[in-house]
Design a protein around this ligand. Sequence first.
Ligand SMILES: Nc1ncnc2c1ncn2[C@@H]1O[C@H](COP(=O)(O)OP(=O)(O)OP(=O)(O)O)[C@@H](O)[C@H]1O
Ligand SMILES: CC(C)(CO)[C@@H](O)C(=O)NCCC(=O)O
Ligand SMILES: [K+]
Length: 242
Amino acid sequence: MLWLDLGNTRLKYWLTDDIGQIVAHDAKQHLQAPAELLMGLTDRFERYAPDFIGISSVLGDNLNAKVSETLSRLNIPFEFVHVDAAHALMKSAYSDQQLGCDRWLQMLGAVDKKKRQCVIGCGTAVTIDLIDHAEHLGGYIFPSIYLQRESLFSGTKQITISNGTFDSVNQGLTTQDAVHRGILLSIVGAINEISHRHPNFELIMTGGDAAIISQHVNRPVRLRDDLLLNGLARYFDYRNKS
Ligand SMILES: Nc1ncnc2c1ncn2[C@@H]1O[C@H](COP(=O)(O)OP(=O)(O)OP(=O)(O)O)[C@@H](O)[C@H]1O
Ligand SMILES: CC(C)(CO)[C@@H](O)C(=O)NCCC(=O)O
Ligand SMILES: [K+]
């Protein structure tokens, strides 16, 4: 099987064998041109010769149509995931017309009906979702630390582009430190507040910035980099059985 994750920043793919082991994987910045990037990958995908391609996309109908057009040339069956708020593995009170596919799949990949869970995705946006015994209660969406920094750069005169690091939540004494520490605190503070309100929810983090952020969270965090892939596998596995 070939699995595709079309995110706002990167395109990721995984090739898995019959027992679900990853045999090839890559992640590439798509610079808002995912269909073009896919075009460049079609030779490789043809060589992989998967029997099916399962797709998570948060790119919207227009880009998804272009992606479909590109994939049609491969003569390999493919299918986009559609969020289902009434799915047997997890019910959701969230509008399934709106809930991002990546968010939903990350939850589907983590969900355990015996647990209370807080799933935090740290990609282009940071998402925080609460799940109570396989019932999604809703969540929060924040701009990532990088998006927050860009908005300060573009919306102010005196804060100019700099390449500081997000490594502390203590008060800063320079513009660069104040910006980076303030932004990191906005997300870490929110996570700590949410975890304080929901003390018996297990904290699970995934995505590119999970390691940077989790260091400052004041409760144990489970880092998982396989949630979306696991969600994709569960989704299509379930579909094939029903
Ligand atoms: N200057 C930057 N601007 C934006 N993102 C950056 C920058 N530098 C690094 N990044 C990384 O790009 C990542 C976004 O892609 P990543 O693959 O990590 O997460 P993701 O959840 O897959 O994102 P998405 O699915 O939205 O593409 C951010 O998590 C961040 O670590
Ligand atoms: C929040 C993001 C950007 C995270 O990648 C994505 O899941 C998305 O575009 N979601 C749609 C909005 C929503 O989830 O309510
Ligand atoms: K948008």
